[in-house]
Ligand binder design. Structure first.
Ligand SMILES: C[S@@+](CC[C@H](N)C(=O)[O-])C[C@H]1O[C@@H](n2cnc3c(N)ncnc32)[C@H](O)[C@@H]1O
Length: 266
């Protein structure tokens, strides 16, 4: 499912929030509503980024405690500076080598992360390891192959029209495993045969084209990373192509994620 790109720039918290944080917060709300977890659990948020999902867990799941990890020091610092709830602690850490004892958590969630990890089986093994028997394992990813993240899909369609080389950076091509069947198979391979996979649907809405375009110039995330790497005249041409496709606004695009939940056997 994963394939690295030099444009996977995860570091600038504010830029990421302007680009994806708004939509990841909205999908995190829907995810927690679907998950409907028991209150009072000890949670781990893997790949917390700027803390979009962490905040929603704190607000909606009545957790006893939340630990949140991300390999990006910049994101961890940003999240720790902005989310001051005494129940939460942030630290650097990777999904494939979680810095926690086995059986330490009752619930684990990971939002929009798994496709960026090289070895997803190893990550799922780690998720299972740090959860207690019967613990709740959950995650979600955008439906990239199904055009489920309209903002990203529209961006790459315009980029491909101007630069055929952009095709290999398009997340719909890089992450073919982000489908209902792909995720069910991944879970079955990790011994989570009873995993439930469902679609979460929302929209990404922009009052005008200027608001849609601005985050792409900031460089945080694969599409903005590509956009920022272009020389000024090519960036201007890409902006014109997107405006031609979308109009001056308002703009409303689909945002669909695949959400997964499973219980640790035992
Ligand atoms: C699209 S962001 C999602 C952030 C946040 N969970 C959200 O919902 O907004 C992807 C995140 O995955 C993180 N990431 C990339 N590789 C990772 C790994 N091996 N382990 C854990 N997180 C990783 C990135 O640093 C980034 O914060």
């Amino acid at each position: 499912m994963s394939q690295k790109s030099k444009h996977d720039a995860w570091n600038a918290g504010e830029a990421y929030d302007a680009y994806m944080g708004r939509w990841s917060r909205r999908i995190a709300e829907d995810f927690l509503a679907w998950l409907n977890p028991d209150p009072g659990l000890g949670w781990l948020d893997v790949g917390c980024g700027t803390g979009a999902l962490t905040e929603i867990i704190l607000r909606r799941a009545a957790p006893r405690s939340v630990r949140a990890v991300d390999p990006s020091d910049g994101f961890v610092s940003y999240a720790a500076a902005n989310i001051l709830d005494p129940r939460v602690k942030f630290r650097a850490g990777s999904a494939t080598a979680l810095p926690f004892d086995s059986g330490r958590f009752e619930a684990l969630a990971s939002g929009l992360v798994l496709n960026f990890i090289d070895n997803q089986r190893a990550a799922l093994r780690e998720f299972c390891r740090v959860l207690e028997p019967g613990g709740l394992l959950s995650f979600y990813v955008w439906d990239y192959p199904g055009g489920g993240m309209g903002v990203i899909d529209t961006f790459w369609a315009a980029a491909r029209a101007l630069d055929p080389g952009a095709a290999e950076l398009d997340e719909s091509r890089r992450f073919p495993g982000c489908t209902k069947d792909g995720l069910a198979a991944l879970c079955a391979g990790a011994g989570l045969a009873g995993a439930e996979v469902t679609a979460l649907e929302t929209t990404s809405d922009f009052p005008d084209f200027v608001t849609f375009w601005a985050p792409f110039t900031l460089g945080a995330g694969p599409a903005p990373g590509y956009c920022k790497s272009l020389p000024p005249e090519r960036q201007a041409a890409l902006k014109d192509e997107l405006r031609r496709r979308l109009g001056s606004g308002p703009i409303s695009l689909p945002a669909r994620a695949w959400a997964v939940k499973a219980r640790i056997p035992g």
